[in-house]
Design a binder for this molecule. Structure first.
Ligand code: SF4
Length: 189
């Protein structure tokens, strides 16, 4: 009798768009369960393993942060193309989060404050130059949550979502089971 082949690991990609990496830190906060996780999944394009380009299709894409520039839109679109299931992880991915606070202010005013007339401009940017190098991603008129750019399949609330929630969600996605979100998961006051 031939030995039973181990089930294929699910392939997971992760990225941080307009986020602070706090959601990735929360993923790492699953602590010793990381050893269990690497038995269940193989990480592909991700800051976790520093793989920078997709060379294979992925089962699950975890996206932190929304889109504040054209590079974010490009990366998110690539994730949609290469990941069967796409998860918005954290408030920045779900609704723009802190970066979206600028959405109430016209872009010109934001740039004026940051580069031309703000309190620190004289010290930090004495030439009063608004950066426009072609290598710098172009800022968007506002910050877009991920679901306004591509279809997202699941949303994990929190800033950041707790390590337990990320762990439960990953196990549910990998095993194909439903994830029952408890009320306390999305009640923040
Ligand atoms: Fe950081 Fe919170 Fe945004 Fe996650 S949701 S990227 S922790 S600000």
């Amino acid at each position: 009798m031939s030995p039973k082949a181990a089930p294929a690991k699910k392939i997971v990609a992760t990225t941080s768009l307009a986020g602070c990496f706090g959601c990735h830190m929360s993923l790492l906060d699953i602590d010793e369960r990381l050893f269990d996780l690497i038995e269940l999944v193989e990480f592909h394009k991700s800051p976790i393993d520093d793989i920078k380009t997709f060379t294979k299709e992925c089962d699950i894409g975890l996206v932190e942060g929304g889109c504040c520039n054209d590079e974010n839109v490009h990366v998110l679109t690539e994730f949609r193309k290469h990941c069967r299931v796409l998860v918005a992880v954290g408030e920045c991915a779900i609704m723009g989060g802190l970066p979206a606070m600028r959405n109430t202010i016209p872009l010109k005013e934001c740039l004026d404050e940051a580069y031309l007339g703000g309190a620190t401009v004289a010290d930090c940017n004495p030439q009063r130059v608004i950066p426009c190098d072609p290598d710098i991603p172009k800022i968007l008129n506002r910050v877009y949550p991920c679901h306004e750019v591509v279809k997202m399949d699941y949303f994990l609330p929190g800033c950041p979502p707790s390590a337990d929630l990320i762990w439960d969600a990953l196990v549910a996605l990998v095993s194909g089971k439903e994830l029952a979100l408890e009320y306390r998961t999305f009640k923040f006051d």
